[in-house]
Design a protein around this ligand. Structure first.
Ligand code: GLN
Length: 245
């Protein structure tokens, strides 16, 4: 029998690759291989034209303002194709620098830029840069669970009609004001959390993979449990360290 397969598009690893963001791709790939799925990673560089119709998962990482701007300029040329991917329930994970680009506006290199307007968020320039560990609580799987990560951003993001990805328990999140962290629209998850995000949060990785498999194969494919003791210990360490009363 042919093995089921996901094609993962890694957008601009030449530009957006901060704080081991590539670790997210390694996690996705291995969690599929360990369960005997096939996986293909396609890397796209800054001037590439992307055929989103063949992708089952898109990952956009973080980077400096200059690199974010280059990524944004490329994606603006392909905004319609990315919009079609998102509106047809394509899974997209956008981490830190990649996240505000999806919204209406984004401050980059001391100037306000138009974003991709793919989700109802907008970002303003903050006066202070926020840097540090973050613990949030999210119900993205249908059950409340913690997610941990690391943030370093000066932009303040405000969400409109989309749902927050989670509630901040420690750290700053979207804007240090309203207690929200990240945003979810359809199968798009945007968040300021790097770290990298998925290796320390395997249940989140599985939720996104399950969504991509459901979209492609039209059924819920079981993702067998994996031995996640090391991943859970890494997550517990951060939770215990920062959520002590
Ligand atoms: N360039 C953005 C900022 O400095 C995002 C950086 C990042 O991806 N961590 O706020």
């Amino acid at each position: 029998m042919e093995r089921k397969k996901l094609v993962i598009g890694h957008l601009f690893p030449d530009l957006l690759n901060m704080y081991s963001d590539g670790g997210n791709i390694i996690t996705l790939k291995n969690r599929l291989l360990w369960r005997d799925f096939e996986v293909e990673i396609r890397e796209f560089e800054k001037d590439d034209v992307i055929d989103f119709s063949v992708l089952d998962f898109v990952f956009l990482g973080g980077g400096s303002d200059r690199e974010q701007l280059l990524a944004c300029e490329n994606l603006k040329k392909q905004q319609l194709a990315l919009k079609e991917y998102i509106e047809s329930d394509g899974v997209l994970l956008a981490v830190c620098g990649g996240y505000p680009l999806l919204g209406r506006s984004c401050p980059l290199m001391e100037e306000m830029h138009e974003g991709l307007s793919l989700m109802d968020i907008h970002t303003e320039a903050g006066e202070e840069r926020v840097i540090g560990n973050v613990v949030i609580s999210t119900d993205i799987t249908g059950e409340e669970m913690p997610v941990v990560g690391f943030e370093n951003h000066s932009g303040k993001t405000y969400i409109g009609a989309c749902r927050p990805f989670g509630r901040v328990r420690y750290g700053h999140g979207n804007n240090s004001e309203d207690g929200t962290c990240g945003a979810v629209y359809k199968n798009v998850v945007g968040t300021y959390l790097h770290g990298p995000l998925l290796p320390k949060n395997p249940r989140l990785a599985d939720e996104l993979l399950a969504r991509a498999l459901r979209r492609k194969y039209g059924e819920d494919l079981s993702l067998s449990p994996l031995h996640d003791a090391a991943e859970e210990a890494a997550q517990d360490y951060i939770i215990k360290r920062f959520l002590q009363d």
